[in-house]
Design a protein around this ligand. Structure first.
Ligand code: MG
Ligand code: MG
Length: 253
């Protein structure tokens, strides 16, 4: 069931989203070779707590397999849901950081991919194109359009650049829960799927692979990787859909 939000709820969700965005910015400024991913997690967690929020991914999931950390950190061929740990960032890595915050009853969700030091030309292009996919998707996320319009825009940009979009993981409604209906795939046909309407709050999150779109899971039960070992990038914003246009909620305040 899709939860349509009131203007008042959207204002509250925006506050949580701003905390997500501020945390993401605070973290990305600190990314450099030699940093352990667990250190990034600790910095993010203390920033979120200090600002009155909670990391919404910590403890998320089925009983017995809860996500153990505050943020997801996925490096190089890791697509999403990477668990922070002892791994040390190396010059040339690309690192995707996905943050969810809970503030006063509302959720925000956002992700970026950044390079560590100097990165390869193809890594640079992958990051640039994935970000473009997100913004082309956002342009289509307006009242009267369909979910397929978003996915089609994302997929078109990725494939025009000889990259591929991940199928198994998708964007989603968000705001009153971490994940709500509807699902927002990063592929699709124009004018198909649920119609978008005023009051929807959705997270659009293209995951774009350098090579094949297929994924593989890891022994840790969370980390998702590209099946062919190629690089993957991930960008995400939470947006609100209005009668006319939309608003990106996960921007810094
Ligand atoms: Mg996310
Ligand atoms: Mg999300």
């Amino acid at each position: 069931m899709v939860i349509i939000k009131t203007d008042k709820e959207i204002r509250q969700i925006k506050k949580s989203c701003q905390l997500t965005a501020n945390t993401l910015q605070y973290i990305t400024e600190k990314i450099k070779p030699g940093l352990k991913t667990i250190e990034i997690d600790k910095i993010a967690e203390s920033f979120i707590l200090k600002n009155g929020g909670k990391p919404s991914f910590k403890g998320y999931g089925d009983e017995g397999n809860e996500f153990p950390s505050s943020v997801c950190i996925s490096i190089n061929d890791e697509i999403v849901h990477g668990i922070p740990g002892k791994r040390v960032l190396q010059e040339g890595d690309i690192v995707s950081i996905d943050i969810g915050t809970y503030l006063n009853g509302y959720y925000g969700d956002s992700a970026v991919t950044v390079g560590v030091g100097k990165i390869s030309k193809v890594a640079e292009k992958l990051i640039k194109i994935t970000k473009k996919c997100l913004f082309e998707g956002i342009k289509k996320a307006i009242s009267g359009n369909s979910i397929g319009d978003i996915g089609n825009a994302v997929q078109t940009v990725a494939e025009e650049n000889n990259f591929s979009v991940v199928r198994e993981f998708v964007g989603h409604g968000v705001g009153l829960k971490v994940h709500e209906d509807p699902q927002i795939p990063n592929y699709g046909k124009p004018k198909t799927g649920l119609k978008l309407e005023q009051g929807m709050v959705i997270a659009i999150e293209p995951m774009v692979n350098q090579g094949d779109y297929r994924t593989t899971s890891s022994d840790d039960g969370w980390t998702v990787k590209t099946a062919d070992g190629s690089l993957s990038a991930h960008f995400e914003h939470t947006i609100a859909i209005y009668e006319k246009g939309n608003e990106i909620l996960t921007l810094c305040n």
